[in-house]
Every structure is written in structure tokens, then in C-alpha cells.
Design a protein around this ligand. Structure first.
Ligand code: FDA
Length: 320
């Protein structure tokens, strides 16, 4: 119930206006967001790189409603790429297709994506296409396929959400093409017609998908994370769930997949203990580093994932 309400609020314009007007909201959100500017994010990335983590930078923004904003989001992504190269960061970028126009016009989104991809390839930086709600799954996968075909499957990656019924089929197809896949549970409000409503089913599907990705990686020669940390291996397990991570470690070990051919990914500010532990065990660990002024929907989804975050937020409202 609470999760559904928060996920509804994450897309409600009226709620965004109210919450982003409270200074205290930013204070709590900054636990999950690296800062409002690219400079803030670069500072965080440098610190993470020094500690041995790789990163993926995400300039927050989604569901852009006009062409101009969509084009300017693509330009901003290009600026981030220049900064990654200029500063020698061990980082890729993540991008949401509705940020660059998917909800307005798939043609506009494709041309924006192509211009960002061309620069990412030129600068040797990996681009991950985030997955959004199920209205966009099919088009996102199609656009991913087109980019992978045109620029090479090792230059661009996509995301599979274990809560969707379709994901096992999608993952099998992606593995047949050697695609780089980030596996997550899924963060949006979905109807029972398309997604498992019960958490144990989402978790069980996550482990089955982990198996599919591990086998897929082996079939493609188990490519490792690149030496400069910018290109991930084929399977990227994006979760903070101890059981899912333990399963992935066990399954990869059983299959004989080298540690460098399996990446763990976590969100900035969440389960730092686990991030450190996996890194110390010799796995590549990539931190998703979001930044920018459009933090409201991202922040609300993080509240929805863990009720304790909401209580932390509410208790801060009463602090001076
Ligand atoms: P689960 O929600 O079961 O949480 C397991 C444990 O992790 C909790 O008990 C708690 O300890 C900790 N935890 C989880 N979320 C927390 C939070 N918000 N605050 C504090 N602790 C928390 N989704 C999507 O739909 N499309 C996408 O493209 C992506 N991309 C993405 C990238 C990366 C790197 C990550 C880690 C996640 C995503 N996600 C995503 C989000 C994902 O779908 C999912 O909503 C969250 O990761 C939470 O699920 P967990 O697997 O962590 O498990």
C-alpha cells in the first residue's frame, strides 16, 4: 500500500511542487543524490574511484515533455562524457530514454540517443540505457538493439527488471547477442498483468535471470570489466539484497565465471557496508551516481523501496 502510494506520488506534479519547496526534503534526498551540479558529482566519482569503485553517472531527469528539453538533456549527456574523458574518471553514463524524448516522439529520442552514442563511442565511454516503466519496455529494447547493432554490443547496455513476466524471454534473446545487461528488480508501479505482485516471486525470478546472464556471459567468452573501468562485463547484478547477491556469487562460482566477469552495482548512499565487502572480495563494484536538480522522482522511488527511509524523512521534517 505504502509503496504504491509513494510510487504514485513520484509521478504527481502537485506533490513534486510541494516537496521540492521544502529545504528539509533536499537535506534527506542528498543522502541518495551526489549533488545538484556536475562538479558535485565529479567530486564524488573521484573519491569513489580512489577507493576502487567504478561508477555510472546519471544526470537526473525523466518524462521530458518538450523537444527543446529533450535536446538539451542530450547535450548535457555529451558534456558529462567530455568531463569523464577530461578528468580520466573510471565511469560510464546511464541515461533514461524519456529524458531525451521517448515519451514525446520515439524518432526524436532515437536521434538524440544516436548523437550521445556517437560521442560516447568516440571517447571510449560505455552508455547504459536505464529501464523505465513497462509502457516503454518494448521501445527501449528496440532502440537498444539498434544502437548495439550500429555501434557494437560492447559499447552500450540495457537493463532487465526481474518483476516483469517477460524478462526471462528478453534476457535469453539479449544473451544470444552478447548484450551487456544490468539486472535489477524494477522500481516502478506495475499492474499484475505485466509484473509479479509478490516480492518472493520477484526475488526467485531475479535468481533465474542471474543464471541466464552467467550462462550468456560464458557463451560469449566471459569478457571482463575493462582495465580503465569504463566498460562493464556482460552481467551486472544491481541489488542491495544480501540473498540475491549471495546467490549470484555462488552461481558464478559454481559455473567457474571469473570474478572480473561479474559486476555488482549499487546505488550511491545505499548499503555502503555491502559495497565495501564485495570490493574487498575482489568483485568489480560500480556505484550509480545520480546528480542534478530533478531529484524528486528518483528520491521518492528510494523512499518507496524502504519504509525506514520515509520515517527518516518525516522525522527530519520536525527538526530545526
Ligand atoms: P530490495 O528492495 O529487496 O532491498 C534489499 C535491501 O537493500 C533492503 O532490505 C535494504 O537493506 C536495502 N535497500 C534497498 N533499497 C533501499 C533504499 N532505497 N534505501 C535504503 N536501503 C535500501 N530500477 C529500474 O526499474 N530501472 C533501472 O534502470 C534501475 N537501475 C538501477 C541501477 C542500480 C545500480 C541499482 C542498484 C538499482 C537500479 N534500479 C533500477 C532499482 C531497482 O529496480 C530496485 O528498485 C532497487 O535496487 C531496490 O531493490 P533491491 O534489489 O536493492 O532489493
Amino acid at each position: 500500500m505504502l509503496r504504491a502510494l509513494l510510487l504514485y506520488l513520484s509521478q504527481a506534479t502537485w506533490a513534486r511542487k510541494i516537496v521540492t519547496g521544502w529545504g528539509v526534503a533536499w537535506r534527506v534526498a542528498s543522502r541518495f543524490v551526489a549533488g545538484e551540479t556536475l562538479n558535485d558529482a565529479v567530486r564524488v566519482v573521484k573519491e569513489l574511484n580512489e577507493r576502487g569503485f567504478t561508477t555510472t553517472l546519471d544526470h537526473l531527469g525523466e518524462y521530458t515533455t518538450n523537444d527543446e528539453e529533450a535536446r538539451s538533456s542530450a547535450k548535457e549527456a555529451i558534456e558529462i562524457l567530455a568531463r569523464i574523458e577530461g578528468e580520466g574518471l573510471k565511469s560510464g553514463i546511464s541515461i533514461k530514454l524519456t529524458q531525451i524524448g521517448l515519451a514525446i516522439d520515439p524518432g526524436l529520442c532515437k536521434s538524440n540517443l544516436e548523437s550521445v552514442m556517437a560521442v560516447a563511442v568516440e571517447r571510449g565511454i560505455f552508455l547504459r540505457i536505464d529501464m523505465e516503466d513497462s509502457r516503454f519496455t518494448e521501445t527501449t529494447l528496440q532502440l537498444f538493439e539498434e544502437m548495439a547493432e550500429r555501434f557494437g554490443p560492447e559499447k552500450v547496455g540495457v537493463v532487465i527488471q526481474s518483476y516483469l513476466y517477460r524478462s526471462e524471454q528478453d534476457a535469453a534473446k539479449l544473451m544470444a547477442r552478447g548484450a551487456r545487461v544490468r539486472l535489477c528488480k524494477g522500481a516502478y508501479k506495475e499492474p499484475p498483468e505485466v509484473a509479479y505482485p509478490r516480492k518472493p516471486d520477484v526475488d526467485a525470478a531475479f535468481d533465474r535471470l542471474t543464471d541466464i546472464l552467467i550462462r550468456g556471459s560464458q557463451d560469449s567468452g566471459s569478457p571482463p570489466v575493462s582495465a580503465n573501468g569504463r566498460r562493464p562485463p556482460i552481467p551486472a547484478i544491481a541489488s542491495h539484497d544480501d540473498e540475491r547477491i549471495d546467490y549470484a556469487v555462488w552461481a558464478a562460482d559454481q559455473a567457474g565465471l571469473p570474478k572480473v566477469a561479474l559486476e555488482f552495482q549499487m546505488l550511491y548512499g545505499i548499503r555502503r557496508d555491502l559495497q565495501d565487502k564485495l570490493l574487498a572480495e575482489g568483485y568489480p563494484v560500480r556505484i550509480y551516481v545520480p546528480f542534478g536538480g530533478e531529484w524528486y522522482p528518483y528520491f521518492t522511488r528510494r523512499l518507496a523501496e524502504r519504509p525506514a527511509n520515509l520515517w527518516f524523512f518525516v522525522s527530519n521534517l520536525f527538526k530545526k
